[in-house]
Design a protein around this ligand. Structure first.
Ligand SMILES: [Fe+2]
Length: 341
């Protein structure tokens, strides 16, 4: 894989191309009959699942990799000329934005509805979550005991003053967390929660991995990150002194988000695109798809990676994750009011 720059309608788009899909500087060739073209902003080693699909169905797949913003702009600029059949990306907030911009189409699939829990897919079925990531409390196991922890709200307790590490409020993972808190509790209550964090003068670090390293190093004692970043660190160093605490188990459940996909509005191979999504939601593919990135399969029938399984089962907040998009603007405003940068 090598990064190249493509100029498109005056927008310079940085893209990583896989499998010799495109010649440098060229626009995508029209899809061959039946082939599914994926615009992907999820880069967690999903190739084994795609290969299994091709093996099973004979349907070829082509992937164009880039950031969410790049894929979004590209789909928008290409309009009905797009070669893309599927948009694959991380975070329900991004999927919701793509649906709202008219880039995705509704699908009718009893199989997707049976395989994937209702709270992890668009109520209008324009996108579905395929893997689950929990954004929860992380703590230094040498300095904090689980008994001191309980909820997202309780991180606003003055006892955590100067001991908390967070990413910026504007980062999509935190926007989605705050958005679902807003959907759960209303804007005023969500603002009070965020103000509590803000008053504890969190150290702002713009990387989940760096937050975990800061917690391990004792720079802070607690933080909020996605679970799979910890799994990656623990896979390398089993003695890494940070553990997840499943937030809000007595109340609303731990905030979860997804990586997921939808069929594009102008898909040329709609039927095969849907077949691919259905395959990816099956237990067999789910395990492959989630495992490499240490995510949870969205399909509860699929097995969980052993490193992640060690952390036990937890109650997910079962609010529909479309809330991550619906309440994104409100989340941004209230974080701003609460002084959380
Ligand atoms: Fe991530």
């Amino acid at each position: 894989m090598r990064p190249i720059r493509l100029g498109f309608r005056g927008v310079a788009v940085g893209l990583i191309l896989t499998g010799g899909f495109l010649a440098a500087g060229a626009l995508p060739a029209p899809a061959q009959t039946g082939e599914v073209v994926i615009y992907s902003a999820r880069h967690y080693g999903q190739e084994p699942a795609f290969e299994a699909f091709t093996k099973k169905t004979g349907i070829q797949i082509k992937i164009l990799n880039g950031s969410t913003g790049e894929m979004f702009e590209r789909l928008r600029a290409e309009g009905d000329r797009t070669p893309a059949d599927v948009l694959l990306t991380v975070d329900a907030g991004n999927l919701w934005n793509a649906a709202r911009a008219g880039l995705l189409q509704k699908v009718d699939s009893p199989e997707l509805q049976a395989n994937l829990p209702a709270h992890l897919r668009d109520p209008e079925m324009r996108w579905v979550g395929l893997t689950v990531r929990a954004r929860t409390i992380m703590y230094n196991t040498k300095k904090v005991t689980p008994a001191e922890l309980s909820t997202y709200e309780a991180l606003g307790d003055p006892k955590w003053k100067g001991r908390l590490c967070l990413r910026t409020s504007g980062y999509i993972y935190n926007q989605s967390l705050i958005a679902t808190l807003t959907r759960r509790h209303g804007e005023a209550h969500a603002e009070a929660i965020v103000r509590g964090w803000s008053q504890n003068q969190p150290t702002i670090i713009n990387s989940d991995t760096k937050i975990l390293e800061a917690i391990a190093a004792g720079q802070c004692d607690v933080g909020l990150t996605n679970h799979y970043y910890l799994a990656r660190l623990v896979a390398k160093d089993p003695a890494f002194p940070v553990a997840p605490f499943w937030a809000n188990q007595q109340t609303t459940g731990t905030h979860v988000n997804v990586s997921g996909a939808g069929v594009t509005a102008h898909a040329k191979n709609r039927a095969n695109a849907l077949k691919l999504l259905e395959f990816l939601s099956s237990p067999e593919a789910q395990q492959m798809f989630a495992d490499v990135g240490f995510e949870y399969p969205a399909n509860p029938q699929a097995a969980v990676n052993p490193i992640v399984a060690r952390w036990g089962r937890f109650k997910q907040d079962d609010i529909n994750i479309a809330a991550a998009g619906e309440f994104q603007a409100a989340a941004t405003r209230l974080a701003d009011r609460a002084g959380y940068k």
